[in-house]
Design a protein around this ligand. Structure first.
Ligand code: CAO
Length: 436
């Protein structure tokens, strides 16, 4: 039996790489291609496989050592039945030298690069949400990478519990387990690489009651969470003078009521928004699944967030550009009634291109709505109030409505964001502009 000295093989452009795992120790029996060491550079991890089968007789490196090509790392006593791999050089040819340690050339497992972006395991969204990798390179051994790849797990989204945040196979398994169990907090936390919120037994501080979230809240919660995590949000706050608009609404109110219609500011906002969307098509759009293109929509279907006893629902008013104020009010009354009675169909909730969330009937000054991905923008309406406004000569009472627009910063720049809100405000301040 010959003892073979194992040296670090050609590892590419790396000249001093840290040993982060020594996977064998003296006495271990190894087969050809069994991993001996794991090395880690700034850019990659690589495993050094055994070129021969045999027994490890000596290990001369430890975790933390730095190695380069040609460095001696361990000895293996080659088992008699072992067949050298093709990568090995010829066995010692000189008779009598069989016991002498001989150099063996090994082929390292190629450095692995981060996997391309993949859908998040366990994501519950039915529309394509553009999942981006987080930019960070995950540290994991090739075998763990292969394991994750086989199961479709994006390693950049797994928190590593190994040394220096290294992702272990058990981390991948834990993610899969939590996703399969449908655990909202733990799975979503793990799948995004975000440290989970600690679980606390609140009863130690006082009396508690636990109620399961309703079905709608569970569903909408997953959509909201997916959007919150995937969309880089910016919220632009603004306000507009709706004094004339509201006067017009009040003037029409009696006529509308005779037709069984309740006119609220929301329908005027819907018209103003659609006109602004026509001016700024990037707001009436979605990003492609790979995040490389913007898909602008030629239809104007406005989702309206409706507060129901069961939770938030977002039915869609279709073809807002083609409807007048009365028709829109009818549609709004119909879908909000259906939402509250739990009678919305899938069609009622599909095909939106932009969403409005109005809290104006309740109160508040401003809020930051969450984009209804895969749409790229959403408007939040707050309660209009009479305010003194300086007209250049004196303060006059004006009805001022605060509003906000949250948007996906990948699709829309900040300057465009404020141009959009300014335009919406201008249309609402002077409804005559809607017919220009
Ligand atoms: N400023 C001042 N008053 C407003 C207003 C505003 N921005 N918006 C509505 N109002 C008034 C209405 O005119 C109405 O008053 P009158 O009866 O005197 O005319 C009153 O507030 C109630 O309006 P409404 O809320 O019933 O009707 P709407 O058309 O404005 O809204 C709907 C309809 C379905 C959007 C709303 O009922 C609703 O559910 N809002 C909550 C949405 C929500 O939860 N969003 C949060 C999502 S994020 O969690």
């Amino acid at each position: 039996m010959a003892t073979q000295q194992i040296n670090i093989p050609d590892i590419g452009d790396f000249d001093s790489v840290e040993v982060i795992e020594v996977l064998v120790s003296e006495g271990d029996v190894v087969a050809v291609d069994d991993s001996l060491l794991t090395l880690e550079s700034d850019k990659a991890t690589m495993e050094i496989p055994s070129p021969v089968a045999g027994t490890v007789t000596k290990v001369v490196v430890s975790v933390g050592d730095r190695v380069a090509e040609g460095d001696y790392v361990l000895d293996i006593e080659v088992s008699s039945e072992a067949t050298p791999t093709e990568a090995q050089p010829a066995q010692p040819s000189e008779k009598g030298n069989a016991e002498k340690a001989s150099e063996v050339v090994m082929t390292p497992v190629p450095p692995t690069s981060p996997e391309p972006s993949k859908p998040v395991l366990g994501s519950s969204v039915t529309e394509p949400v553009n999942v981006q990798t987080m930019g960070a390179v995950s540290h994991a051994s090739p075998s763990v990478r292969a394991f994750a790849r086989k199961l479709g797990v994006d390693l950049t989204l797994v928190s590593g519990s190994g040394p220096k945040g290294r992702v272990l196979q058990t981390d991948v398994e834990a993610l899969i387990k939590s996703v399969m169990q449908g655990g909202a907090t733990s799975s979503s936390a793990t799948s995004t690489g975000i440290p989970p919120v600690p679980a606390i037994d609140f009863s130690q501080f006082g009396e508690t009651t636990t109620e399961e979230l309703g079905r709608i809240k569970k569903i909408s919660g997953k959509f909201l969470h997916a959007s919150w995590l995937n969309v880089p949000h910016v919220t632009q706050f603004d306000e507009c003078d709706i004094t004339e608009m509201d006067q017009f609404r009040k003037d029409q109110k009696a006529v509308a009521e005779k037709q069984g219609i309740k006119l609220t500011p929301l329908v005027f906002v819907m018209k103003a928004v659609v006109k602004a969307l026509q001016d700024f098509p990037a707001f009436n759009a979605s990003l492609s699944a790979d995040g490389q293109s913007i898909i602008k929509k030629g239809y104007y279907n406005i989702g309206i967030a409706v507060d129901t006893p069961n939770g938030l629902m977002v039915p869609v008013v279709k073809g807002v550009d083609q409807k007048g104020i009365y028709d829109l009010s009818r549609d709004l009354m119909e879908i909000s009634a259906k939402a509250r009675e739990g009678k919305l169909s899938v069609a009622d909730m599909s095909g939106g291109s932009f969403t409005i969330s109005s809290l104006g009937g309740i109160g508040g000054t401003q809020f930051t709505p969450i984009v209804n991905a895969p749409e790229v923008a959403i408007m939040g309406l707050s309660k209009a109030k009479m305010q003194p406004v300086w007209n250049g000569t004196e303060f006059v009472p004006r009805l001022i409505m605060p509003f906000s627009v949250s948007y996906d910063h990948r699709a829309i720049d900040g300057a465009e964001g404020v141009r959009f809100t300014t335009t919406v405000g201008r249309y609402l301040s002077d409804l005559r502009q809607l017919i220009l």
